[in-house]
Design a protein around this ligand. Structure first.
Ligand code: FO1
Length: 302
């Protein structure tokens, strides 16, 4: 790839982290700024957890439990077991090493550092060279509306195993939030903005809901990679959410959600997409294939 090329990636959890990794392997980590979702962050046992930012960090640091798709591989759970025995919250599985990261994040936040600065410090300590920024430093939380009322994202996703049908969503705090330092600059400097194959409702829209980000994208070449292949999500409840929220359960349905924000929509080889969609190999599950997938994706998009 040409020297000095810049790519910004809007990223959620697992699908996003794999896409960031693929592009970083193809273009070099210094070319990439990942803008991460914070809508599913939570406070638990006194610590601040940023699951999507951490999935990107752990993926790029080679620490992710790839099988499970979150947390650190070869984890132990002694702290959580003790917390549970003492009557503390233990529904959200925080491993010992993961908890170590949350303790450090929380202590730096309490010292007054914004989440973006904390995240850059964590990335540096983990040897991650991709620049990872939260979409915003302010609290922004995704709320899930169901027939039983409104739920916090992780209450719906983990505690209730996303069984409740989603009737609507809300991004609490979004209107008052502003993009974290570096976010708008990264978008402006980017030759290409990639919307990763993440859930549009719970990963990408919370990023776009931060005032200024959508507007900055309007002036850029934006490509979105489909999170649905053959109408199915690799993992997670996206297909069900598309149906319950009244959208077509297909790559074209996702493309319609992004509308004219997106210039190029990328679908899996052989998959149906909207008119003008680019077909590419978007299977980024195997870390060993990601460099090649990233290279071909950039060839198709740049
Ligand atoms: N997902 C689960 O399904 N169950 C868990 O107990 C759980 C714990 C967890 C801890 C740290 C972390 O970074 C992620 C964790 N996740 C867990 C994944 C997370 O809830 C979701 O995958 C994302 O928020 C959606 O992108």
């Amino acid at each position: 790839m040409r020297e000095g090329r810049r790519i910004a990636v809007l990223s959620g959890g697992l699908g996003g982290s794999r896409c960031v990794d693929a592009l970083a392997r193809a273009a070099g980590p210094d070319a990439i700024t990942a803008i991460g979702n914070v809508g599913d962050d939570l406070e638990l046992l006194g610590v601040h957890v940023s699951p999507d930012l951490d999935t990107v960090l752990y993926t790029l640091a080679g620490l992710l439990d790839e099988e499970r798709g979150w947390g650190v591989r070869d984890e132990t759970y002694n702290a959580l077991a003790m917390a549970g025995e003492l009557g503390g919250e233990s529904w959200f599985t925080l491993g010992d090493r993961d908890l170590g990261l949350h303790l450090v994040r929380t202590s730096w936040l309490r010292e007054g550092l914004p989440l973006s600065a904390v995240t850059l410090r964590l990335a540096e300590a983990l040897g991650v060279r991709v620049r990872l920024l939260p979409a915003t430093d302010e609290p922004l939380r995704t709320k899930i509306q169901t027939k039983d009322g409104e739920l916090d994202f992780q209450e719906w996703f983990v505690a209730r195993a996303h069984r409740d049908e989603v009737t609507g969503l809300r991004y609490e705090g979004a209107e008052a939030a502003s993009p974290a330092p570096g976010v708008l600059e990264a978008i402006e400097a980017a030759e290409l903005v990639v919307i990763a194959p993440s859930n549009p409702f719970v990963s990408i829209r919370p990023i776009l809901a931060v005032p200024g980000i959508r507007e900055a994208l309007a002036a850029k070449r934006v490509a979105a990679v489909s999170p649905l292949v053959g109408g199915k999500a690799f993992r997670g409840p996206l297909a069900e959410m598309m149906a319950s929220l009244g959208h077509e359960q297909s790559a074209a349905g996702v493309a319609a959600l992004y509308g004219d924000l997106v210039d190029v929509f990328v679908v899996a080889l052989g998959d149906e997409g909207p008119p003008g969609a680019v077909e590419a190999d978007i299977d980024m599950v195997d870390p060993g294939r990601r460099a090649e997938v990233g290279r071909k994706l950039l060839e198709a998009l740049l």
